[in-house]
Design a protein around this ligand. Structure first.
Ligand code: GLY
Length: 389
């Protein structure tokens, strides 16, 4: 019997039909952008809503590829497939230099090679994704029960990073769960589940807000403390971090069937929904003092929307599921009303007003992950349930 969690009602009228119908415009905009983007992988938007592009090893390198594969899944249009396939060599090259690989292997390979394998049966892509999962598995610390997020080259330095777990990696575990399914070896899924349990214990606070990261002693692997890197403060609640947890724990439920994770995802979603302003677009940190500039983060809105709709799809009781679905649609409506760029023929992405890393001045840009989750959420709103996670 699933534990029930209640959300407050959405604060303004919701036009469900308009939100659902928007998927078509988004797919058209993605198709329009294929020749502009070519073989490159979008990294971050410029002031004029053009893309700057990834170098090798960028954590965001797969999101455009993921959009292309999702569009191919929906339409069977070869242009999407051909453009996605063009990127295979980028992901092959990345595996040649493991020094730079980190926990983001999950984002990078689920949306590229796993997607390719699932949709076209490409065996080479399958092997690349398994190799990526092996690298990710090597980051799992068995005593502490967590995946190390970053490398010694990170600005925080090895003393910190060697024992640091971060909330974002709740999305990356999907690659491990998938690897267990295709190889038949349980080790990947065991590590992914342990990591989720550890983060549920330490990175989630009692009020269901979250730390961005949690540090363990790199040698003894004993827990030390939560802190932030991209949020406002150690005791704040970085909106995108909360969204990674909402979506990530719901996904962990899908893979494990363990209802503890679904309940946790619902409570994290409930906390997020309590903080979201009536326009439906999250401020970049839910505990940002009013004296600070209230930058919005459309990417947090898109990821939370996808997470809420995923949770709604997991809930057995229709009455309980409805507010989760309504809030997912409401967040999408907010993005459509204030951030959507699909009517701008010159824009190379889908959503404005993403906050990548406010403290270093990246506070109001298009972001490829915002775009990817916008598409995923719109698909979930339309009833799609098959993704590459
Ligand atoms: N995974 C890094 C970020 O969310 O900005």
């Amino acid at each position: 019997m699933q534990e029930s969690v209640t959300l407050r009602p959405v604060p303004a009228p919701l036009d469900e039909k308009r939100v659902i119908g928007h998927l078509e415009h988004v797919v058209d905009a993605i198709k329009r952008n294929i020749p502009k983007i070519g073989e490159r992988n979008p990294k971050i938007g410029t002031e004029k809503n053009q893309w700057e592009y990834c170098g090798q090893f960028d954590w965001v390198s797969s999101f455009w590829t993921g959009e292309l594969w999702l569009c191919y899944q929906m339409t069977a249009d070869q242009q999407f497939k051909n453009s996605a396939k063009l990127r295979k060599s980028y992901f092959a090259d990345m595996l040649l230099d493991p020094f730079w690989l980190d926990h983001d292997l999950g984002f990078q390979y689920s949306l590229s090679c796993v997607a390719d394998y699932k949709l076209t049966g490409d065996e080479e892509s399958k092997m690349m994704a398994i190799r990526a999962a092996d690298h990710l598995l090597h980051r799992f610390r068995k005593i502490g029960g967590y995946i190390v997020a970053w490398n010694d080259t990170h600005p925080l330095g090895p003393e910190i990073t060697q024992g640091k777990s971060i909330i974002d990696s709740l999305q990356n575990t999907a690659l491990l769960f998938w690897a267990s399914e295709v190889t038949g070896s349980p080790v990947y899924a065991e590590a992914a589940k342990r990591h989720s349990e550890t983060l549920a214990k330490y990175i989630v606070r009692d009020d269901f807000s979250t730390f961005h990261s949690f540090n363990f002693d790199p040698v003894t692997q004993q827990p030390i403390k939560g802190e932030t890197f991209q949020g406002y403060a150690d005791d704040s609640c970085w909106a995108r971090g909360q969204s990674w947890a909402v979506h990530g724990f719901a996904q962990t439920y899908l893979y494990t069937g363990d209802e503890t994770f679904l309940t946790l995802a619902k409570k994290l979603a409930q906390h997020a929904v309590e903080q979201i302003t009536d326009d439906g677009v999250p401020v970049w940190d839910y505990r940002l003092p009013k004296t600070e500039i209230q930058y919005k983060d459309s990417s947090a809105g898109a990821i939370t929307a996808a997470g809420l709709l995923l949770i709604a799809q997991c809930i057995d009781d229709e009455e309980e599921a409805k507010p989760f679905r309504d809030w997912g649609l409401y967040l999408l409506q907010g993005l459509m009303d204030t951030c959507d760029l699909t009517n701008d023929e010159q824009a190379q992405g889908l959503l404005a007003h993403g906050a990548s890393f406010v403290k270093v001045g990246l506070c109001d840009n298009m972001l490829p992950y915002g775009d990817y989750y916008y598409l995923e959420a719109l698909m979930r709103a339309n009833g799609y349930q098959k993704f590459f996670w």
